[in-house]
Ligand binder design. Structure first.
Ligand SMILES: [Zn+2]
Length: 356
């Protein structure tokens, strides 16, 4: 029966086409999920051009050493992508800083030449002729990391940057920081992608006075800091909890010298995790300073790389629970290269183990 046979043949063809379509769909899905466990590493050599002088702890070598430690790690390298970054324009820096301050930085730097190094007039920040360019790349690294995550090219990101940012207020650079990299990142997420609630976690040994200050009255950005007290810069007392509409979205935990991993981890479990039930963040940003490490030149909190790994796992779980897995780390302090490098690797290990 020629007609019936042709019907069967076309039915078979349709079924074959359907199977091919299903296989294609499965392949696309597998490829997508393979991409989504990538970690974007944001870095540029331009940030090494911020010269601070031979004996300054915040020196270019701390960043070049960290980058080479990440590049040399064969076990993790398959997870990393290294997107290109560009410098942030005024349009982005203005999201967290006043025009007067941006102009002040520019004018104090553009008169420098050669190896000249001076202090920025607003605080303890050494500047040299390429410092503005380097600081703009540090801000740009955060923007690029966010773009990668929001485009689902990576599930998480680590911006390896200097100068650090969390001490810079809207109108004052201090504590080695020129622009507040993470504050711009939070504002960028809200402005460019319409995300409503951003969590900034800061475990640098120093309190991030600049970040706290910028978002102190802003209920849309939750700032959690665990830091050594008493210590520089002196802010971050536990009774500093925000003001106005921002009352309750600043949370500080003070730890005494020598606290160690156990108190670091319990500050996350007992303070941060319960607070997120109400806040329900859309994105997590981490001011990732490693100067709380037991071997660090400046800090005294006696953490180890295991402690940083444990809190990364807690943060990644929070990100998976509330924020569609979206989390980005930005380097802040960390002044002993071996301790900083081990800690960065520990964070990256936790990120690759916990991505969904
Ligand atoms: Zn620090």
């Amino acid at each position: 029966m020629p007609i019936a046979r042709s019907n069967i043949n076309s039915k078979n063809k349709a079924m074959n086409l359907q199977s091919i379509y299903i296989i294609l769909l499965m392949t696309i899905t597998i490829n997508c999920s393979a991409e989504s466990n990538k970690v974007a590493i944001l870095y540029s050599d331009v940030m090494l051009e911020h010269r601070t002088g031979e004996n300054h702890p915040e020196k270019p070598e701390r960043l070049s050493s960290a980058v080479s430690a990440v590049k040399k790690n064969n076990a993790l390298s398959k997870y990393f992508i290294w997107p290109a970054i560009t410098k942030a324009s005024n349009d982005y820096i203005q999201l967290a800083h006043t025009d007067d301050y941006i102009n002040l930085v520019k004018s104090e730097i553009e008169i420098l030449d050669g190896d000249q190094q001076v202090l920025l007039s607003t605080g303890d920040v050494v500047i040299s002729k390429d410092s503005d360019e380097a600081a703009r790349f540090a801000v740009g690294a955060g923007i690029a990391g966010i773009d990668q995550i929001m485009a689902k090219k990576a599930s998480s990101a680590f911006a390896l940057v200097r100068p650090p940012g969390h001490h810079a207020t809207s109108n004052r650079g201090m504590g080695f920081c020129v622009y507040n990299n993470i504050a711009v990142a939070a504002k960028y997420l809200q402005k460019e992608y319409g995300l409503k609630r951003i969590l900034i976690v800061d475990y640098d040994v120093h309190h991030g006075n600049g970040t706290q200050d910028i978002f102190y009255s802003d209920e849309s950005v939750f700032y959690f800091s665990v830091h050594q007290h008493p210590f520089y810069p002196g802010t971050g007392r536990e009774n500093e909890t925000g003001q106005g509409k921002g009352k309750g979205t600043t949370l500080n935990v003070e730890l005494p010298e020598g606290s160690g991993d156990k108190l670091l981890v319990s500050s996350f479990e007992q303070n941060l995790v319960p607070a997120m039930k109400n806040f329900n963040p859309d994105f997590i940003l981490v001011s990732s300073g490693f100067d709380g490490h037991k071997d660090d030149l400046l800090g005294g909190l006696s953490y180890t790389s295991k402690g940083y790994k444990s809190v990364t796992t807690i943060l990644a779980e929070l990100a998976n629970k509330y924020a569609d897995g979206r989390i980005m780390f930005m380097l802040e302090g960390g002044y002993t290269a071996s301790a900083t490098n081990d800690s960065i690797i520990a964070v990256l290990e936790a990120l690759t183990e916990t991505s969904e």
